[in-house]
Unconditional design. Structure first.
Length: 138
């Protein structure tokens, strides 16, 4: 055994037809080792969530069936952000944090969202690594 611990990739569910385009989001996530899943609607996202249990759910502005998806995810372990198109950019609104509703959370500009996303991904990867280390020590 080499002693090197590798964590599973953070799973991110992108919901809507235009989720991967804004702010080069897909490339940003893949560069950080995330495993990206895609759903074109909230209904399809609910099915994928049941099969894959993603850590993060990112919803495009105007995606079909988002309200039922968010209602379904309340109480889950997922964090959910919703993209809102503003002129030529996108702002991200935190909707759920680890399954808990985030009322009155401020919208995040693309650069702010990218920083938060990086921080969340790093924390999830560290958490997975520490859990694997504890399990391996038993």
């Amino acid at each position: 055994m080499s002693g090197t611990v590798t964590s599973r990739p953070v799973k991110v569910l992108l919901v809507g037809e235009n989720t991967a385009g804004p702010c080069s989001l897909l490339r940003h996530l893949e560069d950080r080792g995330c495993h990206c899943l895609f759903a074109s609607s909230g209904k399809q996202a609910i099915r994928l969530y049941g099969e894959q249990s993603p850590d993060l759910v990112l919803c495009a502005d105007g995606a079909e069936g988002i309200r039922p998806l968010i209602a379904f995810l309340v109480g889950s372990s997922a964090s959910v952000f919703r993209c809102h198109l503003v002129e030529t950019s996108c702002w991200w609104l935190p909707v759920l944090a680890h399954g808990r509703v985030r009322l009155l959370a401020p919208a995040l500009r693309p650069s702010e969202f990218a920083q938060l996303l990086d921080q969340m991904i790093e924390e999830m990867q560290l958490q997975d690594t520490s859990m694997e280390s504890v399990a391996g020590a038993r």
